[in-house]
Design a binder for this molecule. Structure first.
Ligand SMILES: C[S@@+](CC[C@H](N)C(=O)[O-])C[C@H]1O[C@@H](n2cnc3c(N)ncnc32)[C@H](O)[C@@H]1O
Length: 264
């Protein structure tokens, strides 16, 4: 297990990521970007229903900025919906990034509407594409996130590495639904802290810096803090920024663990 930083720095800026990124001079080890998906989700402050070309131009703009700030050994994780996944992957590969993983978060989902009128399988996943600047040299700490293998658990196979195995690239974890205690009122797009902790442990060194340009509820920042990583975020929405600000203050003043600062 990594040694953890006892007093990680955690900050969020009330800003447009595209104005913040080029001027702030950060050099993050890990960028976790969960931007609006342009799927007509209802946000208070932004339009999530742009013409596709406008959305993709904007996407290319922030990805270019993210790449120029990322450390040479760093990792860039971009969360996305099915709708633009092939376009965004093309943008990244044209930016000379190397795709290291195509991660799936399978969150499951209930279903609204009548079964007999459905024309598509139920959407139940998020894509998280992982890129690095260098094809071979980048940070990844597999032992820190090892899980038990089938060889260990099921087959009692002597060849099993007793430290376990690197997790699969499909993570099965329920989404944070409206009825869950982790749900932050007004933010329906949270990524679970326990999932974020796995990614951060694997891809950001102890004492390293995680940057989240689209902070939402602040879960990335708080997950980073809970495992001793420094974190900086930015969020454009007034309402969401004030939620993050309050959560950070509560986390810092109580020096508590992630599970304890869901609601403030
Ligand atoms: C999908 S949500 C992120 C949710 C977050 N991952 C979480 O776990 O809570 C996207 C967020 O990006 C914010 N946002 C949209 N455009 C932005 C911009 N240009 N700069 C900063 N934040 C932005 C939205 O207000 C929204 O809170």
């Amino acid at each position: 297990m990594n040694q953890t930083n006892q007093t990680p720095q955690i900050t969020c800026h009330h800003a447009d990521a595209l104005q913040f990124m080029p001027v702030y001079g950060l050099s993050p080890d890990l960028i976790i970007a969960d931007p609006p998906f342009n799927i007509n989700h209802v946000y208070l402050d932004i339009n999530d229903n742009l013409p596709p070309i406008k959305y993709l131009t904007w996407t290319e703009e922030w990805i270019t900025m993210a790449v120029s700030m990322l450390k040479q050994s760093g990792n860039l994780l971009i969360c996305m919906d099915d709708k633009y996944v092939s376009d965004i992957d093309m943008i990244c590969r044209s930016s000379k990034l190397h795709r290291q993983n195509w991660i799936i978060w399978h969150y499951g989902f209930g279903q609204s509407g009548k079964l007999d009128t459905r024309k598509k399988f139920t959407k139940s996943k998020m894509h998280i594409l992982r890129y690095t600047k260098n094809k071979h040299k980048y940070y990844f700490d597999a032992p820190s996130v090892a899980v038990k293998s089938f060889r260990q658990l099921k087959y009692n196979d002597k060849r099993a590495d007793n430290r376990g195995k690197c997790p699969d690239d499909v993570f099965i974890m329920p989404r944070i639904a409206g009825t869950h205690k982790e749900r932050i009122k007004g933010v329906s797009t949270q990524i679970p802290i326990n999932l974020l902790k796995i990614w951060i442990n694997a891809m950001c060194p102890p004492d390293g810096l995680v940057f989240d340009p689209f902070s939402g509820s602040g879960n990335v920042l708080l997950a980073a803090k809970s495992i001793g990583r420094n974190s900086v975020g930015c969020e454009i929405s007034n309402m969401r920024y004030s939620i993050i600000h309050n959560r950070i203050n509560a986390a810092v003043s109580h020096n508590n663990t992630a599970a304890e600062y869901y609601q403030v």
